[in-house]
Design a binder for this molecule. Sequence first.
Ligand code: GLV
Ligand code: MG
Length: 347
Amino acid sequence: MKLPRNFFKPLAIGAPAPLRALPLRLERMIHFVPPHIEKVRAKVPELVAQVDVVLGNLEDAIPADAKEAARAGFIEMAKSCEFGETGLWTRINALNSPWMLDDVTEIVAAIGQKLDVIMLPKVEGAWDIHYLDQLLAQLEAKHGVNKPILIHAILETAEGVDNIASIAVASPRMQGISLGPADLAASRAMKTTRVGGGHPEYKVLADAGATDAPRPAYQQDLWHYTIAKMVDACAAAGIKAFYGPFGDFADSAACEVQFRNAFLMGCVGAWTLHPNQVPIAKRVFSPDPAEVAFAKKIIAAMPDGSGAVMIDGKMQDDATWKQAKVLVDLAGLVAEKDPEMAKLYGL
Ligand code: GLV
Ligand code: MG
């Protein structure tokens, strides 16, 4: 077992010291862009003001013959644009692919200082994180990068789900984990053809009555177990959990419900693959002003978080105070970025 003291030593001489706490950042949506398409790259400066994270995608959805163009396009886009408080991430190709090593070495060499997070797909266990952790330390040292590049794992294999608790604590570089429902469905041999969301046949049927009247059926959430497991692993490790992609761009209502379930269960954001999903993620992952107003009442009534009080007939104690703190702190982050929301929150 690695000794606790060594956990926070740089893995290469000259690499920056690992972070002890995650930077405080608003990450309601990780917006995917295909960087090999020039027209898309040209819109990135505009996008920066609208989203919390811009991610240059190099992995799935990028054709094999455009992989190198996507990498070069991402480097160009990172160099030519100022990101300010907006996160700059990339999703590199998988560890077993012919592109991964060049993705990491070329990107860190060219724009390592600007890059916040590398999203690593198809993570199976802590060993995958250890490999990237070591490689990043060597490259940071070589190229004089003075802040650690963080790692975000995609949960998209059955083995990864099995090992999620150890993946979440594999390195101080771990920023978070996203559900990857498309690859995970394939890995588990689920009988679906979708990217995220529910399935009409995954349901329970009401008990049979005395008559032959049709029995109501209730659709269930296919992803409930996985999201719960991911949220627990991430919360225990002090990192963030995210819903991944929702592939039916035309079904905004279903996307919103799926995102909201994830938010209520503890996720902080989701991927947005289409511009029409950005306002959905913004709406869902910014706390509800009415909930924030109630949370402020709880904190005002129990300034030090101890004891018990009644507010509007509901019992409040240190556990609801902590929930209130989560909402008010998040509202504060949203308010810093968004003056409209700041007004709604009264912050
Ligand atoms: C995302 O990469 C997924 O497989 O759902
Ligand atoms: Mg995938």
